[in-house]
Design a protein around this ligand. Structure first.
Ligand SMILES: Cc1ncc(COP(=O)(O)O)c(C=O)c1O
Length: 367
């Protein structure tokens, strides 16, 4: 049995490998969609993929992946990167100059989970706005953009997150995305979309990823979330932007060699793991409805995609305590704050594992 949960407070240093079979372990890990392990079929494609030196544009599989993603996102070009975090940080670096200001929603990944990257790597300030479920509107943006002044930082870039992770996997409506980018453009700001879970939004809304990203100068998708690949994200934009992004990638040591080994699994994910995101959404909706019925649950954020975030009443155990108690039964959930818990559905969990989660949640949260 696993004796500890992976983490209860967004730390990465407390990980115990399971000593039970991998199969059992995967079934109950609702901590994040980053926890998926490559399927046997996905692993198989590595054997036959073409490889070369990626830094010299000689890796055919990576080149194919970038061109597929550029066209999926409606952009001219794209670059393969090890992680979504690097996509955000490189985009910020290219779009800004030290002393500039980046406007984001307060709960966003850029603000909370990138180790202060925007200030450390690009010397920019963050103007964090309070949205609803991770989503702000064009009026808030208009107010946040600073008039040009020799005293003030320059508002240079607006970032949005589609879907908004800590907003409960909420989906920015298309009209809102367009209105926000129009205000940004009118004021001369660049626009960037963190698309870690953009494909979830595309599947749920049946609107193409390119349409979601229209009006955004740069956008990326992550292969290590619901798409189930082990490594990789692709950042897309204009030819000129990608040329600059490549320089920053090189500077940060992100250039790779025979990256087709991992890019092949990303291509497999694009072909086989997009449509099935609808299953994750259905399971999350079901779990969200059942969690809302537990007597010690105060509220469940609206469930739009594959993320269920809920707040517990004062009489309930603290979130970290609940996460630890569940971990004793080999069930992983995320504790974010004193009373807030996150449950994420993905490729490696099933309705049956959802039933097991619900049985244990009922035990702790139904008085
Ligand atoms: C919304 C969002 N953006 C960015 C990232 C970072 O992606 P990566 O883990 O690939 O660095 C994550 C990761 O969970 C995320 O949820």
């Amino acid at each position: 049995m696993v004796s500890r949960c992976r983490e209860c407070d967004v730390r990465d240093d407390d990980w115990a490998e399971p000593d039970e079979s991998e199969e059992d372990w995967r079934m109950y890990d609702f901590y994040s969609d980053t926890k998926t392990k490559p399927t046997p079929e996905m692993r198989q494609v590595v054997l036959d993929c073409g490889v070369g030196d990626e830094q010299k544009d000689e890796d055919p599989t990576t080149t194919e992946l970038c061109s597929r993603v550029a066209s999926l996102l409606g952009k001219e070009a794209a670059v393969f990167l090890p992680s979504g975090t690097m996509c955000n940080e490189i985009a910020i670096n290219v779009h800004t100059r030290p002393g500039d200001e980046v406007i984001c929603e307060r709960s966003s990944h850029v603000v909370n989970f990138e180790a202060g990257g925007p200030s450390a790597l690009s010397g920019v300030m963050i103007n964090a706005m309070d949205g609803q479920y991770g989503i702000f509107d064009e009026d808030q943006l208009r107010t946040a953009i600073r008039p040009a002044s020799r005293y003030a930082p320059k508002s240079a870039l607006v970032c949005v997150e589609q879907t908004a992770n800590m907003g409960g996997g909420s989906i920015w409506p298309l009209e809102r995305l367009r209105a926000v980018s129009a205000v940004a453009k009118e004021a001369g700001l660049a626009t960037h979309m963190d698309g870690a879970r953009l494909m979830n939004a595309a599947v749920k809304t049946e609107v193409s990823a390119a349409d979601h990203a229209d009006g955004y100068d740069t956008v990326w998708i992550d292969f290590t979330k619901g798409l189930g690949a082990p490594v990789g994200a692709v950042l897309a934009g204009s030819n000129e932007f990608i040329a600059q992004a490549w320089r920053v990638k090189q500077r940060m040591g992100g250039a790779m060699r025979q990256s087709g080994i991992v890019a092949s699994m990303c291509l497999y994910a694009l072909e086989h793991h997009v449509d099935r995101l609808a299953d994750d959404h259905a399971l999350a909706a079901d779990l969200g409805a059942r969690i809302a019925d537990l007597s010690l649950v105060e509220r469940v954020l609206p469930v739009a995609t594959n993320i269920v975030i809920f707040d517990m009443a004062a009489e309930a155990p603290a979130a970290a305590e609940l996460a630890r108690a569940l971990a004793a039964d080999d069930i992983q959930v995320g504790a974010f704050g004193e009373r807030r818990v996150r449950v994420v559905t993905h490729l490696d969990v099933t309705p049956e594992s959802g039933d097991v989660l619900m049985e244990r949640l009922s035990h702790h949260l139904d008085a």
